[in-house]
Design a protein around this ligand. Structure first.
Ligand SMILES: NCC(=O)N[C@H]1[C@@H](O)[C@H](n2cnc3c(N)ncnc32)O[C@@H]1CO
Length: 147
């Protein structure tokens, strides 16, 4: 899993078109969204993550919370982003893993937003620009490391 973390004044998105055959069903109001004072997590789920989804989910939640506490962000935004890796997991697995990351962050008490899965989206983001405002993390399941 590849994660790009951007501490932002805001993130806003607008759904433009379906990008896969069966995108996540969304309501009219979910076609646009915005969150202010937020740690945005752009996440690419990778093929290797399929070997141990549970481990990748818990490590991702841990890494995101670690950065959120350092930058003092109470809002987190999970953005499915298929552009951080050339070894992507298939959409069905990726959607489930991202849903669990979202749920895991909520369980830890964060105010969590998410962008719909499986769409092309326009987005605007305002990076805060401080030294910890742009970070990336790579998460690899333990088992996969032995290969
Ligand atoms: N920016 C727009 C976009 O990326 N759209 C992506 C994601 O919403 C989602 N998606 C599909 N596979 C994955 C994956 N492995 N990891 C994350 N998202 C995925 O499906 C869209 C087309 O790839």
């Amino acid at each position: 899993m590849r994660i790009l973390l951007i501490h932002s004044d805001y993130i806003e998105y607008e759904v433009k078109d379906k990008a896969i055959k069966n995108p996540e069903p969304i309501s009219e109001e979910e076609k646009k969204g915005r969150m202010d004072e937020v740690l945005v997590a752009f996440i690419s789920v990778e093929k290797v993550d399929e070997t141990n989804p549970e481990e990748v989910v818990s490590k991702a939640v841990e890494e995101i919370i670690n950065v959120a506490s350092q930058v003092k962000a109470e809002n987190v935004f999970v953005y499915p982003f298929a552009h951080l890796s050339s070894e992507l997991a298939k959409p069905s697995v990726a959607q489930e893993i991202l849903r669990k990351v979202y749920e895991g962050l909520k369980e830890k008490g964060y105010n969590v937003g998410k962008a719909p899965f499986g769409y092309y989206k326009a987005f605007k983001i305002s990076c805060k620009g401080h030294p910890l405002a742009e970070l990336s993390r790579t998460i690899i399941p333990e088992g996969a490391k032995e290969e």
